[in-house]
Design a protein around this ligand. Structure first.
Ligand SMILES: Cc1cc2nc3c(=O)[nH]c(=O)nc-3n(C[C@H](O)[C@H](O)[C@H](O)COP(=O)(O)O)c2cc1C
Length: 312
């Protein structure tokens, strides 16, 4: 609270954070590039790029494409693999006093369990929680995305919960019929909270060549274009499971966006695409949230959580 006027601290699913502004997975790597712009220990927590069992080169280019109020990406979970991450990225984050929420991904529930166990065995002093990225294809079940099915979401979270004792957030997609059903499944499996939402599946086509703008044809839509969808998901899940901690994510750019997510029911937020536009965004949002709360007569950020007032 040293240079803030109100108490910004929140407890996200058992993770004590100095403020509710986090970085979103895949948009901040492991913080090395950002350290030139911002002291990474001032960020609520860093959700690092998803880590897999083996290194992945990702998909061929083109892998990113700008769209109205957003962008499409099909990076394909490029990452160095858990062993190299532990060797090269963890020491940097530890040395700089970062609070790390490690995002994990895999092809099977066993992959998730393996990566979770390795990470916590090496980094329990720095890794304050895990985010389980369920938006990956399940190779053991026809490549169907884990997050689209209650049983596969349950199996992954259950495996991770058996392996580690840190708080586990399940990151869900909105590309489902009922996100509330998936939220119930991961809670039954032992998730301490959920991150809402991952990117929305989209597509763009070059009208001249007829080729998709992404090598992968489809990609994840992010940025302000998805913010209303993300807010709707946070609100729906909060209404159905009011005690479930939510990390809100999707199109956050300004403090008014942060306030909307907290009011909808998020305990904290993570900022993705805006990192590419403004590397100072987390510091700015923390400052602006402080000022907003003061100007609206609040003394604690938590006072906003779930305070949306329905018309009827
Ligand atoms: C380039 C890029 C890479 C991403 N990589 C990951 C990833 O590895 N794991 C994950 O869970 N989400 C990943 N995401 C999704 C973001 O964490 C976030 O959920 C999504 O972009 C919505 O937030 P935003 O609109 O603030 O970007 C990625 C997003 C982008 C734009």
């Amino acid at each position: 609270m040293s240079d803030t006027q109100v108490n910004l601290a929140v407890n996200l699913a058992g993770i004590a954070l100095p403020n509710p502004i986090l970085t979103a997975s895949g948009c901040f790597a492991s913080g090395k590039e950002a350290q030139r712009f911002i002291d990474i220990d001032t960020i609520g927590a860093i959700v690092v790029k998803s880590i897999t069992r083996k290194p992945r080169n990702g998909l061929p280019t083109p892998r990113m494409h700008e769209t109205p109020s957003g962008m499409l990406n099909a990076i394909g979970l490029q990452n160095p693999g858990v062993d190299a991450w532990i060797e090269h990225d963890l020491p940097f984050l530890r040395e700089h006093g970062a609070r790390v929420i490690a995002s994990i991904a895999g092809d099977s529930a066993e992959d998730f369990r393996y990566v979770a166990g390795k990470l916590l065995a090496a980094g329990a002093d720095t890794i304050v929680g895990l985010e389980v990225n369920l938006s990956c294809p399940n190779v053991e079940n026809r490549g169907l995305v884990f997050a689209c099915h209650t049983d596969s979401s349950y199996a992954v979270v259950r495996a991770v919960r058996h392996e580690v004792s840190v708080p586990v957030l399940a990151k869900l997609t909105s590309d489902v019929t009922s996100i509330v059903d998936i939220a119930h499944a991961v809670v039954d499996a032992g998730a301490h909270g959920v991150t809402l939402i991952n990117t929305l599946l989209g597509m763009a086509i070059d009208p001249e060549t007829g080729r998709p703008e992404l090598y992968n044809t489809y990609g994840g839509l992010s940025g302000p274009a998805i913010r209303p969808v993300a807010l709707r998901n946070v609100h729906q899940v909060h209404q159905a499971l009011p005690d479930l901690p939510i990390l809100g994510c999707g199109g956050i750019q300004t403090v008014t966006d942060v306030v909307q997510f907290l009011r909808a029911g998020a305990t904290a937020v993570s900022v993705g695409t805006q990192q590419f536009v403004d590397p100072f965004v987390t510091a700015r949002l923390t400052r602006d949230l402080d000022a907003w709360l003061v100007s609206h007569g609040h003394s604690h950020a938590t006072e906003l959580i779930g305070t949306v007032t329905p018309w009827r």
